[in-house]
Write a protein that binds this ligand. Structure first.
Ligand SMILES: Cc1cc2nc3c(=O)[nH]c(=O)nc-3n(C[C@H](O)[C@H](O)[C@H](O)COP(=O)(O)OP(=O)(O)OC[C@H]3O[C@@H](n4cnc5c(N)ncnc54)[C@H](O)[C@@H]3O)c2cc1C
Length: 361
């Protein structure tokens, strides 16, 4: 009976990162188990270029030093010299992580259950097969809770003959239908002719794909003023806007979204699990986000959940910060002044009510 040193349950972004950063060049026997391992997924992972993300700078397809927010006739532009917005695509990430990982075997099956047999773990696969490993990194997608607020989105990567201004990202454009929840468009211009246009909603109810597709088509026509374009790829997702708590213990470690890497107010997770991996020299459970950031995020989500017309708050917040302050706040590295500016940009009475709500719940 073969007992692997390490098993990765799920071989998505965080498992690939863990294999690369913790086990490259070691003699450990590794196994990755994921039914979707060979699928064509190629989503974009966006982040601001903090010091720890410099390690992956060469993989960033493009860097943007400007980003914008829109609401009705208002447009707020942020500029930065220090913390550009960047993206890495999943397939580039996968290729980078697998390079030099010769001791990794792959099984393309779903995991049904994991049992702790004291000295090692038994992993049962969907076909009844059993795999054994001394240590487990579990990144199985956390189940979404029906009644809780989620960030759900659908995006088209489009190719057009029209020339696009590819120097600026549109982070949030609220000039769209607000009937099903807080809704905005996100536009990531990859080149002069390619742009990712994503319809994103914060609400508990996920819409049918056709809803986001209609929204995107309308937006491309009316706001981007493009009549001819080809859809070359698509991505979609639904991310929890609430705490994900899965307990890790010795030799069984939850990682990625399952391990609590998602910043619940924004859905960003990629840079946070990388920060943890790069900064920890053992596998003990470490928080991805500071207590203060977690609390602020909860207050913010509480506020979004209980109020309408919250798009104005995002605009106020963007207006109160410059590019560097905004980027540092998003990446969890902001100073006290920036945090205070964010708090002051929120409606006072509703902020206090939401803050009290986090204590009661
Ligand atoms: C489309 C999309 C875009 C995103 N964009 C960004 C972004 O721009 N910036 C950012 O910071 N974050 C982003 N995120 C959030 C987050 O960074 C990603 O979700 C990231 O992939 C999380 O990594 P992970 O390893 O936790 O999960 P995943 O990458 O989803 O990996 C989990 C893996 O587990 C496998 N799996 C699930 N169940 C089982 C099972 N029972 N047995 C075996 N395998 C199983 C799945 O097939 C999957 O491959 C995005 C998420 C999505 C979905």
């Amino acid at each position: 009976m073969k007992i692997y040193d390490v098993a990765f349950i799920g071989m998505g972004a965080s498992a690939l990162a863990t294999a690369k950063l913790n086990y490259e060049g070691t003699s450990h026997s590794l196994i990755g188990i994921d039914k979707e391992y060979y699928n064509k997924r190629n989503n974009f992972f966006a982040f601001w270029m903090t010091d720890w993300m410099e390690n992956f700078s060469n993989l960033a397809q493009k860097k943007w030093f400007n980003w914008e927010f829109y609401l009705a006739n208002e447009c707020i532009l942020h500029e930065t010299k220090d913390l550009p917005y960047c993206t890495i695509r999943f397939q580039d990430w996968k290729k980078y992580c697998l390079d030099n990982l010769e001791n990794l075997s792959i099984k393309t099956l779903n995991v049904q259950s994991i049992s702790n047999l004291e000295k090692y773990f038994e992993i049962e696969l969907e076909n009844g097969e059993r795999v054994f490993a001394k240590k487990i990194y579990d990144s199985r997608t956390p189940k979404l809770e029906e009644n809780k607020v989620k960030q759900h989105f659908f995006g088209y990567l489009i190719d057009t003959k029209q020339v696009i201004d590819n120097k600026k990202v549109t982070l949030m454009d609220f000039r769209v239908d607000q009937n099903v929840g807080l809704h905005f468009m996100y536009c990531l211009p990859i080149s002069e002719n390619k742009v990712l246009v994503e319809s994103t909603v914060f609400s508990s109810e996920i819409q049918a794909d056709s809803w986001y597709k209609d929204q995107i088509k309308k937006y491309i026509e009316t706001k981007l003023k493009m009549s001819e374009y080809t859809i070359v790829d698509e991505e979609k997702g639904a991310l929890p806007m609430y705490d994900i708590r899965n307990k890790s213990y010795k030799n069984y470690i939850n990682i990625g979204s399952r391990g609590g890497a998602t910043k619940i107010s924004t859905g960003y997770a990629f840079s946070f699990f990388l920060k943890n991996l790069l900064r920890q020299n053992d596998d003990s459970e470490k928080k991805h986000h500071s207590y203060f950031d977690q609390w602020m995020d909860k207050v913010f989500v509480n506020y979004l959940k209980n109020n309408n017309g919250t798009e104005k708050t995002f605009i106020n917040m963007a207006n109160s910060l410059n590019g560097n302050e905004f980027a540092s706040f998003m990446m969890g590295i902001s100073g006290t002044t920036t945090k205070l500016k964010v708090i002051m940009s929120m409606p006072k009475y509703k902020f206090i009510k939401s803050a009290l709500g986090t204590i009661i719940n």
